[in-house]
Design a protein around this ligand. Structure first.
Ligand SMILES: *Cc1c(COP(=O)(O)O)cnc(C)c1O
Ligand SMILES: [Zn+2]
Length: 445
C-alpha cells in the first residue's frame, strides 16, 4: 500500500515513532500519542474516488471488507497486512431515524447511530479489531507478546476477549472484585480470558495492569492506546456515508474516558483532509452528573481541568473521574464549537425509557446522550430544523438489570412510576383477559 502512518506525540515535543513499536505514551515527555497519517498520499485519490471505493466495498459480504473498519483500512491502519487482520465484521452499524421520538422533542431530523449492534455489543469492537490485528502482526513478525491485558469492568474486556480468542492470543482481564455483574463477567469468561477479580477499585486494577505491561511485556489494551481510536474514528465516516455524504448539524456522544469523542473528531479531521466534507458538525459530550469532570471544566471555559472521584451511576461504563483522553477531547470540542451537558440518574433513565417507547432499547449511556440532546433542544441550542445524530454506545440487552429495575420501580434515585411497565398476572380465563385488554385500551384512548 502506498499509504503510511506513524505515532506522533500530541504535546509540543512532536516525537514520532513507528506503529510496530510497543508504545502507549511518548517516551520523551510522557504525553499521549496519536496516529498521524501521510495525508499527501491519501490526497492522491480524489474525494469521488474514495466515495466509489467505499461504495464498492459496501457491497462486499465477505470478511474483511464487510467490516466498517477494514472497508476504510487505508484511512485507519495502512500498516496491517491482509493475513494479520482480526475482524469479526464489526461496524457498519445502522443509523436509525427516530421521527416519533424526535417529533416529541420538536426535532424531526433525529437519528441514532446504533454502535451497540456490533459483535460484542458495544463500539469498543471498532477499536479492538485494530489493536488486536496490530498485536497479531507484531507476533507474526517475531515479537514476544505473552498476552494482551486490560483493566475494565465491562465493554472493553468483552471486546478484548473476543478478538484475542479469534486471533488465538491470550487475553487477561483485571476487574474490581464484587463490583461486576454476572452479565459483565460472562463474555470474557466464555471467550477464555484469564479473569482476575482483585480486591480493589478500577484505578487499582489499572495500576496492576500497567505494571504487568511494564515488567512482563504483556500488551496493554486500555484506551490510552491510540491504535484503538483509529478504528473508533470510522463512526464519523459511517455517519456521513449513511447520510449520503451530508454532515449533520449536531452529534451527541456519551463520554467517560473521552477516547470516543477524540476518535469522532479524528474521523472528521480525516474526512476534511481528503476532501470528503466541507463542514463539520457541532459536538456535545454527554456525561452522567455523578461522573462529570469534563462538564465542570466546560463550565469553567475549559480552564483548569480537575479530576473528581466519580460516584455510582447506572451508566457504569462512563463512571470515570479522571479521563485519560481529556486533552484530545477538549481540542476536538474547541474545534467543533462543542458543548458538554450532564444528566442525572433520573434524567438518563427517563430519556432511555421514552426512546424505548418509540421502538428503541437504550442502554443507560445512550440515555445520558438522549437526556443531553433533550436539554439542548429545550434551550434552543439545537434548533427545530437541525439534523441531530445521537451515538448509542452499547446494546441495551447488555444492561438487563438496569432496564428491569427501572420497570420494577427499584432503580436507585429514580421515580419511574409514570413510565414503568410490568406484566399483569391473570388466571387462564377468557373473561378476565378480555376485560383487562378492553380496560387498558379505553384508558389509553
Ligand atoms: C467505553 C464506553 C463509553 C465511553 O467511551 P469513552 O471513550 O471512555 O469516553 C460509553 N458508553 C459505553 C457503553 C462504553 O462501553
Ligand atoms: Zn512527547
Amino acid at each position: 500500500m502506498p499509504y503510511s502512518a506513524q505515532f506522533r506525540c500530541i504535546s509540543g515535543c512532536s516525537a514520532r515513532f513507528p506503529l510496530h513499536e510497543v508504545l502507549y505514551r511518548c517516551p520523551s515527555c510522557g504525553d499521549l500519542l496519536e496516529v498521524e497519517h501521510d495525508s499527501t498520499a491519501l490526497q492522491t485519490r480524489s474525494p469521488e474516488e474514495w466515495k466509489s471505493l467505499f461504495a464498492k466495498r459496501a457491497a462486499i459480504l465477505r470478511s474483511p471488507y464487510n467490516s466498517g473498519v477494514w472497508s476504510k483500512r487505508e484511512l485507519v491502519a495502512p500498516h496491517i497486512r491482509d493475513e494479520n487482520i482480526v475482524s469479526l465484521s464489526e461496524g457498519n452499524s445502522p443509523l436509525q431515524h427516530l421521527p416519533r421520538y424526535g417529533k416529541s422533542l420538536g426535532v424531526e431530523d433525529f437519528w441514532i447511530k446504533q454502535c451497540g449492534l456490533s459483535h460484542t455489543g458495544s463500539f469498543k469492537d471498532l477499536g479492538m479489531t485494530v489493536l488486536v490485528s496490530s498485536v497479531a502482526q507484531m507476533v507474526a513478525d517475531g515479537a514476544r507478546i505473552p498476552a494482551i491485558a486490560c483493566a475494565s469492568t465491562g465493554d472493553t474486556s468483552a471486546a478484548l476477549s473476543a478478538y484475542a480468542a479469534s486471533a488465538g492470543l491470550q487475553a487477561v482481564v483485571i476487574l474490581p472484585k464484587g463490583k461486576i455483574s454476572t452479565a459483565q463477567l460472562v463474555q470474557p469468561l466464555a471467550n477464555g480470558a484469564l479473569v482476575l477479580a482483585v480486591d480493589t477499585d478500577f484505578d487499582g486494577c489499572m495500576a496492576l495492569v500497567a505494571e504487568l505491561a511494564d515488567r512482563d511485556g504483556v500488551y496493554l489494551a486500555n484506551s490510552m492506546n491510540s491504535l484503538r481510536l483509529e478504528g473508533q474514528k470510522t463512526v464519523a465516516l459511517e455517519i456521513v456515508e449513511q447520510l449520503g455524504y451530508e454532515v449533520p448539524d449536531w452529534i451527541v456522544i456519551p463520554g467517560g474516558n473521552l477516547g470516543n469523542v477524540s476518535a469522532l473528531g479524528a474521523g472528521f479531521r480525516m474526512m476534511s483532509e481528503i476532501g470528503l466534507i466541507d463542514k463539520i458538525p457541532r459536538i456535545c459530550v454527554a456525561q452522567a452528573e455523578h461522573a462529570n469532570p469534563l462538564y465542570r471544566c466546560f463550565k469553567n471555559d475549559f480552564k483548569d481541568f480537575e479530576a473528581i472521584v466519580a460516584s455510582d451511576t447506572a451508566a457504569s461504563a462512563i463512571r470515570i473521574g479522571n479521563p485519560i483522553s481529556r486533552d484530545k477531547a477538549i481540542a476536538v470540542l474547541q474545534k467543533h464549537q462543542g458543548v458538554v451537558e450532564q444528566a442525572s440518574e433520573s434524567e438518563l433513565a427517563d430519556a432511555a425509557a421514552r426512546a424505548d417507547l418509540a421502538g428503541m432499547f437504550c442502554c443507560p449511556h445512550t440515555g445520558v446522550a438522549l437526556a443531553a440532546a433533550e436539554k439542548l433542544i429545550k434551550r434552543g441550542e439545537i434548533g427545530p430544523d437541525d439534523q441531530v445524530v445521537v451515538i448509542s454506545t452499547a446494546n441495551g440487552l447488555k444492561f438487563g438489570e438496569f432496564k428491569t429495575s427501572f420497570h420494577e420501580g427499584n432503580l436507585a434515585g429514580v421515580d419511574s412510576s409514570s413510565l414503568a411497565n410490568v406484566p399483569i398476572d391473570l388466571p387462564c380465563q377468557y373473561s378476565s383477559v378480555r376485560e383487562t385488554v378492553i380496560r387498558f385500551l379505553d384508558a389509553s384512548d
